[in-house]
Design a protein around this ligand. Structure first.
Ligand code: CTP
Length: 431
């Protein structure tokens, strides 16, 4: 069969050599179309040696043989690895300002895209919309996977491994009936693609505005607490905290999108509860404790993102506390609440991973780490997400900045960005 491997300009282009090689070893004829930018990352001679064919880049070469459409017309499958955010946008818009764009527009073959970019770019609303549109038009996706990216950051955006891309491409070829017209990006004229039943990347986009990411938590039960507990003083008043629940909801959304079964225990959320999760609502620290302890045995991963009241009033007044009775000052007696995280960590089974959060108001990053390391030692959980909080930091904001340490106090990741991207980084770190 004739397979066209498109390579676009991202660092993952060096891995495209493995994709070309995989298809050649599987006995197929491979034509490589590398964009100008791709050739800054990987050399033409390498690709020609591995593909055993001339590598095409220039739209104005081979004009007499109408190459700009001929390659696409002759293709049985087109695989673009890596597909950059820019290429996704161009494909979605049907732009044909280079040979690859022309080839895709001219083909009736199925097209498999292996995106690779930084997490923020993958989650950008423009990219999300482009991916949705391309899926609608019949393009297939593999990945991106989650993991270490080019810089110090990690998260979804890493190109799937070459052997996975080759396997997905070969499955698509197997399912393509050569006698049936198949459709890729070429619009309404063509018939439907035979749907690959077990194609991991062919999942529909979730309804909420999260991008589709690697389903690396498939089969896992994840229990997440979020929000802030409230300890009643009387029927109208409580002692509470400023947690909005945003980071916990983002974690639950992220875990759902990565294939986990998520049970979510929320206390006074200021945001919508996560979709696709089993929701439990609680008021107080003690109610949260009871729920978490009941639900914990089922969970493989437990994340305590909730801000739990450390103390509760010793007595809760039956009726509203009246000023006439209390006078000019009011002294409250508070008693300590149980430490839920420490309890969950102490009772954890061998299969369980427990993640805690640390809300600290430390002035410097060093001080933050010292407090975080002391906290994880006290709590006994597997990972601690250290989070600076303050009058204007951490609580109701959409962004977050965290350091995750493991049991030994080692920094596992540092992540900054939207709470959604931080959620993905945390999940990738513990996955
Ligand atoms: N936590 C808990 N039960 C409590 C208090 C906190 O499970 N009674 C959990 C939180 O959900 C979080 C972690 O412990 O995952 C750390 O919470 P934090 O408020 O940062 O720490 P504290 O335990 O309150 O310790 P300190 O007062 O020293 O900051």
């Amino acid at each position: 069969m004739n397979i066209v491997v498109g390579i676009t300009g991202g660092i993952a282009a060096y891995k495209a050599v493995g994709v070309v090689r995989g298809f050649v070893l599987a006995g197929h004829t491979v034509q490589v179309i590398a964009t100008e930018h791709a050739l800054r990352f990987v050399g033409k001679p390498t690709l020609e040696a591995i593909s055993r064919n001339t590598v095409h880049t220039d739209l104005y070469e081979g004009v007499s043989e109408v190459r700009h459409v001929a390659i696409g017309q002759a293709a049985d499958l087109i695989v673009i690895a890596p597909t950059t955010a820019n290429t996704l946008a161009k494909l979605a818009a049907g732009i044909a300002d280079d040979l690859l764009g022309n080839t895709v527009l001219a083909t009736k073959a199925p097209v498999l895209l292996a995106p690779a970019m930084h997490t923020e770019m993958w989650m950008n609303a423009a990219t999300v919309a482009n991916v949705a549109l391309l899926r609608e038009r019949g393009f297939r996706f593999i990945g991106p996977a989650s993991g270490q990216l080019t810089g110090s950051d990690s998260g979804p955006g890493r190109m799937s491994e070459p052997d996975e891309i080759v396997a997905a491409g070969l499955r698509m070829l197997d399912r393509t009936n050569p006698h049936e017209e198949v459709r890729a990006g070429s619009g309404a004229a063509a018939g439907p693609v035979t749907e690959p039943a077990a194609e991991p990347a062919a999942e529909p986009l979730p309804e909420h505005p999260l991008p589709v990411v690697a389903r690396d938590l498939e089969g896992l039960n994840v229990l997440i607490s979020a929000g802030g507990t409230r300890e009643p003083l009387d029927p109208v008043r409580f002692i509470g905290n400023r947690s909005s629940g945003k980071q916990g909801v983002a974690l639950a959304d992220a875990a759902v999108s990565r294939g986990a079964r998520v049970v979510f225990v929320g206390a006074h959320l200021e945001v919508e509860a996560p979709r696709g999760a089993e929701i439990h609502s609680v008021e107080t620290a003690e109610e949260l404790r009871v729920e978490m302890i009941a639900l914990a045995p089922e969970a493989d991963l437990i994340i305590m993102a909730a801000a739990v009241a450390d103390y509760r009033p010793r007595a809760v007044a039956e009726g509203k506390i009246k000023k006439e009775q209390t006078g000019d000052t009011l002294t409250l007696e508070l008693v300590k609440n149980a430490d839920i995280l420490a309890e969950l960590a102490a009772d954890a089974g061998a299969h369980q991973t427990i993640v805690g959060f640390a809300a600290e108001t430390a002035a410097s990053s060093d001080e933050l780490l010292v407090l975080g390391r002391a906290k994880i030692a006290r709590k006994g959980c597997d990972f601690l997400v250290i989070n600076r909080v303050g009058w204007h930091e951490g609580f109701t904001t959409d962004g977050n900045e965290v350091v995750v340490v493991d049991k030994t106090g080692h920094i596992v990741i540092e992540a900054a960005g939207t709470k959604v991207s931080v959620a993905h980084s945390i999940l990738s770190a513990v996955a």
